[in-house]
Design a protein around this ligand. Structure first.
Ligand code: HEC
Ligand code: HEC
Length: 293
């Protein structure tokens, strides 16, 4: 039996529900709300026609305008590359001398190099390029393989002792502990190396080490320990050490040397990026003047 009736006060009908004399009114939704609701349905339908929306088996409907967020990103990247393209072309065409004469171009190249350094180099050389044990500091003016733009460029292009590059920079300090020098001789030679770098040392042992150094080490480290860059022979007469300057570290290196490996970037990064990286490393403060070239 229907109990639906009209409410005298509001003029709307009731739902028929009644609890202890309290009746529920069936008040219609407000007009504005209803139209907004219909509006959202129309909007949703239109949106799903214009923009990609409905999932299909392998993709989705592409929408009337063919919009895609991936496409937008690709467009932005293309625009950015276009804007940089002109500068990168100029870097490609110019030699280092020309780039360094043009402050704007130099700054663009340096900034590009700094960005590429963050992606490719900091895991070994540190974010500030200060290096660490076995990884050279690139801020100072102590270079294993040379600090002119060209020398840095070659190091980056071909790497150091990198198996995957035929023209990689290469040299191999012999393991003197394998029968070439006795532990005693190694100890004396190490004392002599300590004397070269002005550290406290045993003068008597160093005197014994001097001829051993002259016979075994000069070819790669120089007569006064100044280093020989053609073979990446580290400088031994300063306070900068790749593997540590204490007696123990020096003895360890003479006995069984470590051979640092730096990847070649030639096959992995494009020419302009390598040029930019070389300019960035050069600009870190330890870059050597053009006159040495
Ligand atoms: C996997 C570790 C590693 C990565 C990555 C790496 N390097 Fe090196 N780099 C080394 C090592 C090790 C040496 C020292 C090689 C040696 O002992 O002669 C070196 C040497 C160098 C040198 C020569 C320094 C000198 O004194 O002559 C330069 C310049 C250099 N790296 C720049 C870079 C740049 C620029 C990048 C990024 C594109 C980079 N490195 C990425 C490990 C790395
Ligand atoms: C064939 C060349 C060669 C000869 C010979 C050689 N070295 Fe080296 N030495 C190197 C190279 C190259 C390095 C750098 C290794 C690296 O980059 O990983 C080095 C590194 C060192 C280091 C570490 C420097 C640092 O900064 O930590 C010491 C110490 C050293 N040599 C001492 C000697 C002594 C002493 C002798 C002679 C008994 C000798 N070397 C003979 C090539 C040579």
């Amino acid at each position: 039996m229907s109990k639906i009736e009209r409410d005298d006060i509001s003029g709307t009908s009731t739902t028929g529900h009644e609890w202890d004399g309290i009746k529920e009114l069936n008040t219609p939704l407000p007009r504005w709300w209803l139209w907004t609701f219909y509006g959202t349905i129309v909007w949703a339908l239109a949106y799903s026609v214009v923009y990609p929306a409905w999932p299909l088996v392998n993709s989705a409907t592409s929408g009337l305008f063919g919009y895609s967020s991936r496409g937008e990103v690709a467009k932005e990247i293309a625009e950015a590359a276009g804007a940089q393209g002109e500068w990168r072309d100029r870097i490609k065409a110019a030699d280092f001398g020309q780039i360094s004469q043009d402050p704007k171009l130099f700054e663009f190249a340096r900034a590009g190099g700094a960005a590429a350094f963050k992606v490719n180099c900091i895991q070994c050389h540190g974010s500030g390029a200060a290096g660490g044990k076995g990884y050279p500091n690139l801020n100072d003016d102590d270079w294993l393989w040379g600090g002119t733009f060209e020398e840095i460029h070659t190091t980056l292009q071909n790497g150091v002792r990198f198996a995957g590059d035929n023209e990689t920079r290469f040299s191999q300090m012999p393991a003197f502990g394998d029968g070439m020098l006795s532990p005693d001789e190694i100890s004396s030679t190490a004392e002599y190396v300590l004397s070269l770098s002005g550290q406290p040392h045993d003068a008597e042992a160093a005197a014994k080490g001097a001829p051993l150094y002259a016979a075994n080490c000069v070819s790669c480290h120089g007569e006064r320990g100044e280093g020989v860059r053609d073979v990446g022979g580290a400088r031994l007469n300063d306070a900068i050490w790749l593997y540590g300057g204490g007696k123990e570290s020096i003895v360890a290196q003479i006995t069984r040397p470590r051979q640092g490996v730096m990847p070649a970037w030639g096959g992995r990064l494009d020419d302009v990026t390598i040029k930019e990286l070389a300019i960035y490393v050069y600009s870190l403060g330890g870059g050597e003047t053009l006159q040495r070239q």
